[in-house]
Design a protein around this ligand. Structure first.
Ligand code: ATP
Ligand code: MG
Length: 499
């Protein structure tokens, strides 16, 4: 029986044809895979969109809050209210009651009339791409307002939602990020174990701050908060500085940027300014935006110094909103939500995962009338990793920075510095407070030297200790220098450092 298949030539040809067919089939398969993935992503993207953009109308404006009916929007989402003429007013959903939505505007409300149209704003989703995983929005937070972030923002001054205020032209941000971020897994954070040099001797030497630590700066008005923050921003070794100026006077914003931060500080800084004359929502967004920027740089592996002036004004903005939508006031007029929002903001700062970037943060807290028992100051002290207290008495006496070393504490310090250094700090504090307590006696000459050896040593060292704590605005003090300075203070005291 003759069999054509036995011919070796035709077998070879058959194998070739088979291989070619297989290759074509594989190519077709992979193309199909590509298109399938695109189709999947497209349907995923489409599933998030509302088939019909919902719209409603304004029914009431009561002071700060607007009420809208006719649309259902999730809490925290953004919408626009259209006046008869002029640009729409952007607003955020801050609450609801029955069918009514409570909206808080970002800008002012001029020009809105009864029945004005309210439209939902859906943050833009990145278009699907073949072969790339899409950006899925699983959580409500991912649908929050998107703000510009990126390397090119360094040296710029922007408002609470990323509009430039410095007249240096349009922003060209690398990317956008949600104003809110997901809570960080506390187990995933690197511990605070590296010193951050802040360039201020009294802090480096006596209240050492670590990368990822969050500190409070407690003071009344005009005691030197801004200047101290400015010194840190100028002289710190952090790579990026993000400054949030929240609820402060407008004049102070320019002063802080031009005179305090200056050209050297501004080069590696981004400033977010929401001064006192902006609405409360804008002030909350300003603080969230500054934190978002700091998170962006941290996620790029940078060590960031975040300066927030002030946390109290942030709390006050939240109080304005909460009271306006009818939340009952609790402690000194602050509704409970204020005390919930503060840790949410503060917890966003800190270290990233091991080996990554960090956000070291300083929040100023106004202690009105130098009253340390204010509820915001109390709450802040509990959620921060230490506090630096500035006192008016020191400022009035020309002692700058007016840091009250006895009342201030850095809770992470013990793990950061050498035992010798820690001993010297303790010694310093013992002598310093002993002198303070006996000061009146010493001044009137009622103290007889030789009665108390510790006080004798304190009297002898006091002028040098005082000098150690003082620092001019134009002078920087590196960490090493601060440590050796402290060592030198006790060097000629027999057994002084060891005691
Ligand atoms: N390191 C310093 N050296 C010299 N003077 C200083 C120093 N720090 C603060 N001052 C003085 O204190 C004044 C007030 O400082 P600053 O504006 O920083 O205070 P503030 O607490 O930010 O005030 P406000 O509550 O008004 O924001 C300055 O104008 C300056 O005269
Ligand atoms: Mg100030």
């Amino acid at each position: 029986m003759s069999d054509e298949g036995d011919d070796p030539g035709s077998v070879r040809a058959g194998v070739h044809v088979g291989e070619a067919l297989k290759a074509r089939r594989d190519a077709a398969q992979s193309r199909l895979q590509h298109w399938r993935s695109l189709a999947e992503q497209a349907s995923e993207a489409v599933s998030h969109a509302d088939p019909i953009l919902s719209s409603g109308h304004l029914t009431r404006i009561n002071g700060l809050v607007m009420e809208a009916a006719g649309l259902k929007l999730p809490l925290g989402s953004t919408c626009k209210v259209y006046p008869n003429v002029g640009a729409p007013v952007e607003a955020e959903v801050v609450g609801f009651s029955g069918e009514k939505l409570f909206l808080m505007p970002s800008d002012d409300l001029y020009g809105l009339s009864p029945g004005a149209q309210v439209m939902a704003v859906e943050p833009a989703i990145a278009p699907p791409k073949v072969g790339q995983r899409g950006n899925k929005r699983r959580r409500a937070i991912d649908r929050a307002k998107q703000v510009p972030v990126g390397e090119s923002m360094l040296g710029r001054v922007v408002d609470g939602v990323g509009r430039p205020l410095d007249g240096k032209g349009v922003l060209r941000p690398e990317t956008q990020r949600s104003l809110q971020s997901r809570p960080y897994n506390p187990m995933g954070r690197a511990p605070i174990e590296h010193v951050l040099d802040v360039g201020v001797r009294a802090i480096n030497g006596m209240l050492t701050v670590g990368r990822g630590q969050r500190m409070g700066l407690f003071a009344g008005s005009g005691v030197g908060k801004s200047m101290l923050l400015g010194m840190m921003a100028r002289y710190t070794t952090a790579e990026v500085i993000v400054v949030g100026l929240i609820g402060e006077r407008g004049r102070e914003v320019k002063e802080f940027i031009d005179q305090i931060l200056g050209e050297p500080g501004m080069k590696r800084a981004v400033v977010v300014a929401s001064p006192a004359d902006t609405g409360p929502l804008m002030r909350l967004q300003g603080a969230a935006y500054a934190t978002t920027l700091a998170e962006y740089f941290r996620d790029q592996g940078k060590h960031v110094l975040l300066i927030m002036d002030s946390l109290t004004r942030y709390a006050m903005a939240q109080r304005e909103i909460a009271l306006a939508i009818g939340e009952p006031p609790a402690t000194r007029g602050y509704p409970p939500s204020v005390f919930a929002r503060m840790p949410q903001l503060v917890e966003r700062a800190g270290n990233g995962p091991e080996g990554g970037g960090s956000i070291t943060a300083f929040y100023t807290v106004l202690a009105e009338g130098d009253d340390q028992q204010d509820p915001i100051a109390d709450a802040a002290r509990a959620i921060l990793d230490g506090h630096i207290v500035l006192t008016r008495a020191l400022g009035d006496a020309g002692h700058y920075p007016a840091i009250d070393i006895e009342q201030s504490i850095s809770r992470a310090m013990v793990n950061l510095i050498e035992p010798d250094h820690l001993n010297r700090i303790r010694r310093f504090k013992v002598l310093f407070s002993r002198y303070q307590r006996a000061r009146d006696l010493i001044v009137v000459g009622a103290y007889v030297p030789g009665t108390d050896p510790v006080l004798d040593e304190a009297v002898k060292l006091y002028p040098r200790m005082e000098k150690y704590l003082q620092q001019n605005f134009g002078e920087s003090a590196e960490f090493e220098e601060s440590v050796t300075g402290l060592k030198a203070l006790f060097a000629d005291e027999a057994g002084g450092a060891a005691a």
